[in-house]
Write a protein that binds this ligand. Structure first.
Ligand code: GLV
Ligand code: MN
Ligand code: MN
Length: 410
């Protein structure tokens, strides 16, 4: 049983989150792409805080902050990420890192807790250079060749160059030590409207969606926008636009109840007002917790590409860039979060799947993992207006620390 004798310090949690927001502030959010100066300063900030939690930590060769406790007993791994999407919110990532730090500060010095929380910040969860590079490295699912090939999606900067500029070239990558941790617990903002709309305070995550990503490339013929008759054009941009519409017509007949798909970026080549685009490509993402559904949708994409190519104006290729890994959250972790919510969150919790990707889905491949959500105001995230009320942040911290205590004392 938990005695709740020592609890999260809500004011300290809020002060830490605001300190991280001040590093790389953008309006009410932050701009901290992976390996940017504010991202690296945030990693240093975390390192400087670890001694308050009786932890020793380093930044490893992929940019993860990894820490260790020398306390005897069970160890729980806890954390999230400190980089952000471009010009995005202040809580996506830092909330989970600060809750983990707070749990370590409360529980590690407590002699009644026979174990410790070890805090981690995983690098590049937001996928500037790849996807889940830090947590994949930690679980042994990232090769040196993957790092050689990685580059920043906005600037094109090579990952090797970014690592070297950060002083991390040649620094060893930390790998999970088999059997060291009883599991991994991550807190996050919900990034949706379910909790807020039902006046709930805590989401107990049951599963995390898999994310599949594709580059769909259209090749036509570049030509003059004034002299080329409409009937003679091979407009790759128009083919792309029609393809997007066709996806939206075909996918609803094939998808599952929670499938989502997004064209997040379109590029026209050369992209000029007086030139018919000879090339076009789109980055397209599909998310679902059911692999079979995505296989069906991927087959449809390939069929559509063949159909368009057969019409003879433009050729279309579909290249899969990322293969999803849906993950189930451990039942003991779900139970611990639910019990902690009953004890300290007024029991206003809901078991729910996550439509966003999180490092917990990578950690879940090698150890039991769980997640806790707090409400997002208006369900907004990946935008600088992302927010959660101070009251909900503090409630979440209390529940998180208590869930960590339960997991360590089980
Ligand atoms: C993570 O940020 C995601 O895009 O789901
Ligand atoms: Mn996140
Ligand atoms: Mn995010």
């Amino acid at each position: 049983m938990s005695d709740h004798s020592s609890r999260a310090d809500g004011a300290r949690v809020l002060a830490d989150l605001n300190a991280l927001r001040a590093i790389g502030v953008h309006k009410t959010g932050v701009h901290k792409p992976t390996f940017s100066e504010p991202h690296l300063a945030s990693l240093q900030w975390l390192l400087s805080k670890l001694s308050e939690a009786k932890l020793a930590g380093t930044i490893d060769g992929i940019g993860n902050v990894i820490s260790q406790s020398d306390k005897v007993g069970a160890k729980l791994l806890a954390g999230s990420h400190l980089e952000s999407q471009n010009y995005a919110g202040w809580l996506d990532g830092p909330l989970g890192v600060v809750y983990a730090l707070e749990a370590a500060r409360v529980l590690n010095p407590d002699p009644a807790v026979a174990g410790a929380v070890e805090v981690a910040a995983w690098c590049d969860e937001e996928g500037h250079f790849g996807h889940f590079l830090g947590s994949r490295s930690y679980v042994g699912a990232l090769t040196e060749a993957d790092i050689d090939a990685a580059s920043d999606r906005s600037s094109g900067r090579a990952m090797r160059e970014a690592l070297s500029a950060a002083g991390l070239a040649g620094v060893p990558r930390a790998m999970a030590e088999p059997g060291r941790h009883v599991g991994y617990l991550e807190a996050h903002i919900e990034q949706g409207q379910t909790l807020e709309s039902e006046n709930l305070k805590i989401g107990v995550v049951t599963s995390i969606v898999g994310i599949w990503q594709y580059r769909i490339t259209f090749t036509g013929e570049q030509n003059h926008a004034g002299t080329t008759r409409m009937a003679d054009r091979k407009d790759a941009g128009l083919a792309l636009a029609k393809f997007c519409v066709a996806i939206d017509e075909r996918f609803p007949k094939l998808c599952g109840p929670r499938t989502v798909w997004t064209t997040g970026r379109i590029t026209l080549d050369p992209g000029a007002p007086s030139i018919i685009p000879g090339g076009a490509d789109m980055l397209f993402q599909v998310r679902d917790a059911d692999v079979a559904v995505v296989e069906r949708l991927e087959a449809a994409l390939n069929e559509m590409a063949v159909e368009v190519s057969a019409q003879g104006r433009c050729s279309v290729t579909v290249e899969r860039l990322r293969t999803g890994r849906p993950a189930m959250m451990d039942s003991k972790f779900q139970q611990a979060v639910e019990e902690a919510s009953a004890a300290l969150g007024g029991g206003k919790s809901l078991r729910m799947p996550s439509g966003a990707g999180h490092d917990a889905q990578i950690l879940a491949t090698i150890m039991p993992a769980g997640m806790l959500f707090v409400p997002s105001i208006g369900g907004i995230s990946h935008h600088w207006t992302e927010n959660t009320s101070d009251e909900d942040i503090v409630t979440g911290a209390q529940v998180y620390v208590d869930a960590c205590r339960r997991l360590l004392t089980q």
